[in-house]
Design a protein around this ligand. Structure first.
Ligand SMILES: Nc1ncnc2c1ncn2[C@@H]1O[C@H](COP(=O)(O)OP(=O)(O)OP(=O)(O)O)[C@@H](O)[C@H]1O
Length: 206
């Protein structure tokens, strides 16, 4: 679970769209697992889930329909897609809004529907662009917790964020300055009980 941080305009969204295959790099290549991040048709790889900064939800459809679309596009039948969509909405606390039109929802509610749509596909790579910017602390923690669950499941999770509390919850952070990456790794975990002094031992001693 990787935080992508940097000031406004530093290139966070651009990086995520390149990683996700939504944009083509002007120079260089973007690869995942040894292959290009786009399919031959120029679409993103099927295993990629997105939370777009502008959400990309369809205003004339309900919250559940917006989430189930992601599954329908992957060949899941309508009944199962709706059931899983409502479950995914529940993971971010908006299942009671399942039948409400997108055009009737608040900013924070929309953001959580967008997160649910990314969660529902069980993506191999989940790209979340400022997924908590509209949320209060409690809901931010819920969303970050769900992204962590995706990482625990084995997904690669990239989170572009301005929120230090969100970056803190990630395993690593890349900080962008004018489109360039500086890498900051998280400090190593504390030693296990009984091994507190190992770090201070000289090689060859026990
Ligand atoms: N389609 C585009 N064509 C040309 N320049 C672009 C395009 N999209 C973004 N840019 C520029 O690239 C730079 C990086 O933009 P980007 O949206 O990646 O920043 P960001 O770090 O996500 O910013 P924010 O935190 O404000 O969302 C900005 O200077 C922006 O104006």
């Amino acid at each position: 679970m990787l935080a992508v941080t940097g000031s406004s305009g530093s290139g966070k969204t651009t990086l995520l769209t390149l990683v996700g295959g939504l944009a083509k790099p002007a120079t260089g290549t973007a690869t995942y697992d040894g292959g290009p991040v786009t399919t031959k048709a120029g679409d993103p790889l099927p295993g990629t889930g997105f939370v777009l900064q502008s959400y990309g939800l369809v205003p004339t459809l309900t919250a559940a329909e917006n989430v189930s679309i992601a599954l329908r596009g992957r060949g899941v039948g309508p009944v199962e897609a709706t059931e899983k969509a409502v479950q995914a909405l529940g993971r971010v606390g908006v299942d009671e809004l399942a039948d409400r039109l997108i055009s009737e929802l608040s900013g924070g509610q929309l953001q959580r529907v967008a997160v649910a749509r990314a969660l529902v596909v069980e993506a191999a790579v989940l790209l979340a662009d400022e997924p908590t910017s509209e949320l209060d602390e409690a809901n931010r923690d819920v969303v970050v917790g769900q992204l962590r669950m995706e990482a625990n499941r084995g997904a690669v999770v990239l989170v572009a964020t301005h929120d230090p509390a969100v970056a803190e919850e990630c395993d690593e952070e890349v900080h962008l300055v004018d489109g360039r990456i500086e890498v900051h790794e998280a400090p190593p975990p504390p030693p296990e009980p009984g091994h507190e002094h190992d770090a201070f031992m000289r090689p060859g001693t026990s």
